[in-house]
Design a protein around this ligand. Structure first.
Ligand code: ZN
Length: 462
């Protein structure tokens, strides 16, 4: 449990300005709700404009533990699952569950959780934090734990971006002297960052070979495969995916730390079953990244003194609804549709692995946009291991989005023919009509919203 003094801010009077800031945020939130928008950062922006100190004040009122979740992939799932468990234990939790993860979004989550007098009655906070925003966020919010899921090249515009991001994250960590890290031992980049920060860290990992790893194509992108200390090529006992695996540097001795929390006996059968710290876990979610996400949550809970509640954890997992675009299923007439976000090479490779885990016939739609939030450079598509998609279970591939033609060209290089339909809604409509009834839709960030809206609408129509 956190050592935070329970009465730290409870008796301190809330300034009039902070009360105004909270109420302004609530008013903006209510107005947005009327307009059918949700989860935006605007209420937070309103609050911080009126009173820059309001976030610090509200965050300081959290009675027990504040968790922050950073990392390239898996943040939303880890954060929301952690929050769901703490709520199931009966606690009030502040959480930016819709994934607005920069300063304003986090301020919005706190303002919404506060009452009209600027008081916050919450034992815990679970905050998904954008890596590049962590420095600003941690200036106001002092987490007790930082869960770092992984570090991959994101929708980058150039090489070197990951180094820059790691430097920012390290500076953010150094800002919070008591911060404890929870990291993935299988990711050499995360381990390097944790060691370099000088903060205490606790590791989780998968210490045995996995089915995914055996299937992983040798040339799948492994951005972290060089030792960050000495530059030598890391040696792997085995890989799980991307740069994840059991690794060591043959030159300087930098090596994977022994994880405290482990997953073992992983089986892919209508989802996943495995043991996390010896506790049986089953979920309908797919992909090895799901094992890591769940393991990260179990590690954080154990570290904060919530361990050993196997049944409650399983109940929470059974009830857990993935957020929009994270392995979301739709049932439309006779068709089953799975929508998933794939916004960088590591995420895309994991999505392909998940598609192939399902051995039944399927159609596939890939929608790629190049709006600013997607990254305007789509050269990362060349780092995705699309040749694995030459699989008999994939009956058709349709490419869509602003960069449909780039995507088609990419597939052509691995001899996969594709149909082009620039409009994603049209592409989905066609496959609902003439497809085999099992449709996968993989989209990058801005393509997600239109696809989601359309699928939701179709599901409600039927
Ligand atoms: Zn080395």
């Amino acid at each position: 449990m956190s050592k935070r003094a329970e009465t730290q801010h409870k008796s301190a009077p809330v300034s009039l300005r902070n009360i105004l800031a909270v109420d302004a945020a609530k008013a903006v939130h209510a107005a947005e709700h009327l307009l059918g928008r949700q989860g935006t950062a605007l209420p937070g922006k309103a609050a911080l404009t009126i009173a820059p100190s309001v976030l610090q004040d509200l965050a300081g009122q959290v009675r027990k533990t504040t968790f922050a979740v950073c990392g390239t992939n898996g943040k939303t799932t880890v954060n929301n699952l952690l929050c769901a468990f703490l709520e199931a234990e009966g606690h009030t939790v502040v959480c930016n569950r819709l994934g607005a993860n920069m300063l304003n979004g986090i301020a919005a989550a706190f303002a919404e959780a506060a009452d009209h007098t600027g008081r916050l009655e919450a034992a815990y906070a679970c905050l998904e934090v954008d890596e590049a925003s962590a420095l600003r966020v941690f200036a106001y919010v002092r987490p007790d734990y930082l869960i770092l899921t992984n570090l991959f090249r994101d929708q980058l515009d150039r090489y070197g971006e990951i180094d820059l991001m790691m430097e920012k994250l390290e500076a953010a960590i150094r800002q919070v002297p008591d911060l404890k890290l929870i990291i993935n031992a299988d990711d050499p980049l995360s381990v390097y960052l944790a060691q370099k920060s000088g903060h205490p860290y606790c590791c989780y990992g998968i210490s045995e070979p996995t089915q995914d790893g055996e299937q992983t194509h040798a040339k799948e992108v492994r951005e972290g495969r060089f030792c960050k200390y000495c530059g030598a090529l890391l040696a792997y006992e085995f890989y799980h995916y991307s740069q994840m695996g059991v690794w060591r540097c043959p030159q300087c001795g930098f090596s994977r730390p022994d994880p405290v929390h482990t997953a073992a006996g992983i089986l892919h059968e209508n989802g996943l079953t495995f043991y996390a710290d010896g506790q049986p876990v089953r979920t309908g979610m797919q992909g090895l990244y799901t094992v890591y996400n769940i393991l990260a949550v179990i590690s954080a809970l154990a570290e904060d003194g919530h361990g050993g509640k196997e049944e409650l954890f399983q109940t929470v997992l059974d009830r857990y609804q993935p957020q929009f675009g994270r392995s979301e299923r739709f049932r439309i007439g006779r068709s089953c549709v799975l929508l998933n976000l794939a916004k960088n090479p590591a995420g895309f490779n994991q999505n392909i692995a998940a598609v192939l885990e399902d051995r039944s016939p399927k159609d596939l739609i890939i929608a790629i946009n190049d709006n600013e939030q997607d990254g305007t450079d789509v050269s990362w598509l060349w780092d995705v291991d699309f040749d694995r998609m030459r699989d008999e279970s994939i009956r058709s591939v349709t490419v869509s989005g602003i960069r449909a033609l780039d995507m088609q060209l990419r597939l052509k290089y691995v001899e996969i023919p594709s149909l082009v339909s620039e409009n994603t809604e049209e592409a989905i409509a066609r496959k609902l009509e003439d497809g085999c009834g099992n449709l996968y839709v993989l989209v990058n960030y801005t393509a997600l919203f239109a696809a989601h809206r359309y699928l939701k609408k179709k599901e409600e129509e039927v």
